[in-house]
Design a protein around this ligand. Structure first.
Ligand code: GLA
Length: 392
């Protein structure tokens, strides 16, 4: 007798219909954190107003797994997580937040800790039991295995564990995940790691590259066709407030990530963030551009004279517009609306100003500043932006 088994494994639908927002341990703490720090970050996410602005996932990145027990189940380091993950997870949920965990498709994570290869279904059950809502799944130590298969296996394992989890692929764009991962994951990294500098590269002695904010930005534009609700390009976490980025550069970085409809995963030390950094991370009008329900990734329309002009179509016929001075000197500019017809070939939308006047809202100044009836004249400091919302 032949038995047939139909397998309905899929990714969880209706999750991440807008780009995920949260906070992740890695950019500030690397592997150096414990449950106290995580609780503190959850507390501040709420008390600072970040939760109200939309940040909901607290993601515990690499360096939390310990050994496996005699039945192969993952354990945590009791020294750093004395209450255990379930208690920590309950605490995070009691704050109205969600828990993210990290693992890797190899036997070991990038930091050399126990990972999920060969234990995918067992680990997914464990993550579900701990109340995990989001899994970041890395790609270290995966020589000789195939990305589509490895990520599909974990997708199926999560589905079988029956707890909806956002699935965040982190294979650095090595296998062009944008071409095949929409049915597997909710987001996929498009590049190697971001680092907290404006335009630098760290070659790690020739081993691999980590990239400054501008380097990552320049790798995104051709990928916009692949992004949309439930399946996002991920240009990596935010470095807002980190390293040697100035406040202006942090603002530009945040604005551009919003124009890209990127996941907004902050990674700064919330305990010491300045008001300036908090104001950037919680600007609800910028966040609304990122979280717009159409989910269209914005595009660079021109970049003459180091002034880049980015557009992003929004719901109800609105558009976001970001003038970005990438150069080292301030730029004075005069934008004559009627000279421009903006065509979004991917979303098949056109924006013209000869037959329609738009109201202008400066979303960093939080001010209405007139209409497209008159030329827009402004001065933008080096590495800064003017970001507008155009409304009919
Ligand atoms: C890789 C990932 C990072 C981070 C580290 C943790 O480098 O790309 O985002 O998760 O591993 O070790």
């Amino acid at each position: 007798m032949i038995y047939s088994m139909t397998c309905y494994a899929q990714k969880f639908d209706s999750l991440a219909l807008t780009p995920p927002m949260g906070w992740n341990t890695f950019n500030t703490f690397a592997g150096n954190f414990d449950e106290k720090i995580i609780r503190k970050m959850a507390d501040i996410l709420v008390s600072s107003g970040m939760k109200d602005a939309g940040y909901q996932y607290i993601i515990i990145d690499d360096n939390w797994t310990n050994t496996r027990d005699s039945l192969g189940f993952l354990t945590v380091d009791k020294g750093r997580f004395p209450s255990g993950l379930k208690v920590l997870s309950d605490y995070i949920h009691s704050k109205g937040l969600k828990l993210g965990l990290y693992s890797d498709a190899g036997y070991k994570t990038c930091g050399g800790f126990v990972a999920s290869r060969g234990h995918e279904f067992q680990d997914a059950l464990m993550f579900a039991g701990w109340g995990c809502d989001y899994l970041k799944y890395d790609w270290c130590n995966c020589e000789g295995i195939q990305a589509v298969g490895a990520y599909t296996t974990m997708r199926d394992a999560l589905y079988a564990a029956k707890r909806p989890m956002v699935f965040s692929m982190c294979e650095w764009g090595n296998n062009k995940p944008w071409e095949w991962a929409a049915s597997i994951a909710h987001l996929w990294r498009t590049t190697g790691d971001i680092i907290a500098c404006w335009d630098c590269v760290d070659t790690h002695g020739g081993a691999y590259n980590s990239w400054g904010v501008m380097k990552i930005l320049d790798m995104q534009d051709s990928l916009r066709i692949y992004a949309g609700p439930g399946h996002w390009n991920d240009p990596d976490m935010l470095e807002v407030g980190n390293g040697n980025l100035t406040i202006t550069e942090s603002r530009a970085h945040f604005s551009l990530w919003a124009m890209l409809a990127a996941p907004l995963i902050s990674g700064n030390d919330l305990r010491t963030m300045s008001n300036g950094v908090l104001n950037i991370l919680t600007n609800k009008e910028v966040i609304a551009v990122d979280q717009d329900s159409l989910g269209i990734q914005g595009f660079k329309q021109n970049n003459a004279d180091s002034l880049e002009i980015w557009y992003k179509p929004l719901k109800n016929g609105d558009w976001a517009l970001c003038f970005f001075n990438r150069g080292s000197k301030p730029v004075d500019f005069h934008y004559e609306w009627k000279d421009h017809i903006i065509v979004d070939h991917v979303a098949k939308l056109e924006l013209r100003f000869d037959n329609q006047t738009y109201f202008l809202r400066d979303i960093w100044m939080k001010k209405d500043i007139g209409t497209t009836g008159k030329p827009f004249i402004s001065k933008i400091p080096s590495h800064d932006v003017v970001m507008l919302r155009l409304k009919k």
